[in-house]
Write a protein of this length. Structure first.
Ligand SMILES: NC(=O)c1ccc[n+]([C@@H]2O[C@H](COP(=O)([O-])OP(=O)(O)OC[C@H]3O[C@@H](n4cnc5c(N)ncnc54)[C@H](O)[C@@H]3O)[C@@H](O)[C@H]2O)c1
Ligand SMILES: CC(C)[C@H](C(=O)O)[C@@H](O)C(=O)O
Ligand SMILES: [Mg+2]
Length: 350
């Protein structure tokens, strides 16, 4: 029986995870579930944001459902104890290097998009974000300059093996979609990006069927709002992918709609599934959070880790139906609560 680790975390994490769990229970697919402490909740209970038991549970599980971490009361802790280290630690420890962040406009959400309806309705793209390297994981610290100024530093780097494995994932993803891959970098300024571009071009030799383009990240940010319909798969580094995916979310209506899958090369079917948003302290505990991103993450989990495409399709169709009926949380311009959105998805599943 497959084991699903449920790491709900902080803020709206537990609220949206509860709705995802209701969907899983309704589908009754025969999984075992085990919950673990993570993030600020884990720090407050155990003194560490990613306790050893939670890491062990994640390693043992067939798939991990992750809510969100982040707790303002932890913002002045030393960095290694902050809630965010939990998700960074899981990504690194489990070698979750490939982060799939699909963005597609659900019919009916044209009015929620920050873009004009005819621009928004053309969006069907996948941001493939590298998740184990870049400036996130380089040496970092605070020091004092010779003239006595405080200086923060974070080293940005990628080696060619790291770039090659995400490039291959990008070409493979493009092959399963519309055959277009856009690699986003900043090769006009950064050596890290020059290597990125060189290795992507080398890898392209094995994928003559894929139309490869390159774009600087500043232009990509602009093109994402000018003409997002031009993109199929975007492959990019950890930092650029983080930023572009939040931007893409508003192009399709809300950050509360974007799910993600983080896939491993340590155990090929292992994945961590989470919404792209955070713990949203500004709305936590008020029943306002949109649970769709979390529910759609369950669909990604069933498809990628558990080889269950049929129930995955059912979940996506149910979210689409709920949206189609006009059910809207506040982020989408409506007044429905987290629970009511969950109810609408459950009703559409039945
Ligand atoms: N993977 C993660 O766990 C993750 C991701 C992003 C941010 N964070 C953390 O979350 C905390 C808050 O960060 P932030 O405010 O920059 O980003 P955030 O994504 O938590 O929130 C940004 C804005 O979007 C809104 N929002 C987010 N998710 C929503 C949802 N499902 N429904 C409705 N509205 C939603 C919030 O209310 C807020 O106004 C920080 O501690 C940050 O480090 C964690
Ligand atoms: C919380 C933070 C470490 C994380 C990131 O930057 O990767 C978040 O923004 C995300 O998008 O998952
Ligand atoms: Mg982010």
């Amino acid at each position: 029986m497959a084991l699903i680790a449920i790491l709900a975390g902080d803020g709206i994490g537990p609220e949206v995870t509860a709705e995802a769990r209701r969907v899983l229970d309704a589908l009754d697919l025969g999984f075992d579930f085990e919950e673990g402490l993570v993030g600020g909740a884990a720090y407050h209970a155990t003194g560490h944001p990613l306790p050893p038991e939670t890491l062990a549970l994640a390693k043992r599980a067939d798939a991990i459902l992750f809510g969100a971490v982040g707790d303002p009361s932890c913002d002045s802790l030393e960095r290694s104890l902050r809630p965010e280290q939990a998700i960074l630690g899981l990504r690194k420890e489990l070698s979750l290097f490939a982060n799939l962040r699909p963005a597609k406009l659900f019919p009916g959400l044209e009015d929620a998009s920050a873009l004009r309806p005819e621009v928004a309705s053309a969006i069907d793209l996948l941001i493939l974000r590298e998740l184990n390297g870049d400036v996130y994981f380089g040496e970092k610290g605070m020091r004092t300059t010779a003239s006595g100024l405080r200086e923060g530093y974070d080293i940005m780097s990628y080696n060619e093996a790291e770039v090659r494995r995400i490039a291959i994932a990008g070409f493979e993803a493009a092959r399963r979609r519309r055959g277009k891959l856009c690699s986003v970098d900043k090769a006009n300024v950064l050596e890290t990006s020059q290597l990125w571009r060189d290795v992507v071009i080398e890898t392209a030799a094995q994928y003559p069927d894929i139309a490869l383009t390159h774009m600087y990240v500043d232009n990509a940010a602009m093109q994402l709002v000018r003409n997002p319909g031009q993109f199929d798969v975007i492959v990019t580094g950890n930092l650029f992918g983080d930023i572009l995916s939040d931007q893409a979310s508003m192009c399709v209506g809300s950050i509360g709609m974007l799910a993600s899958a983080s896939l491993s090369d340590w155990r090929s079917t292992l994945g961590l599934y989470e919404p792209i948003h955070g713990s949203a302290p500004d709305i936590a505990g008020q029943g306002k959070a949109n649970p769709c991103a979390m529910i759609l993450s369950v669909a990604m989990m069933l498809r990628h880790s558990l080889d269950m495409p049929a129930p995955a399709d059912r979940i996506e169709a149910a979210v689409s139906a709920a949206i189609g009926k006009g059910v809207r949380t506040a982020d989408l311009g409506g007044t429905h609560s987290t629970r009511e959105m969950g109810d609408a998805v459950l009703a559409a599943l039945a």
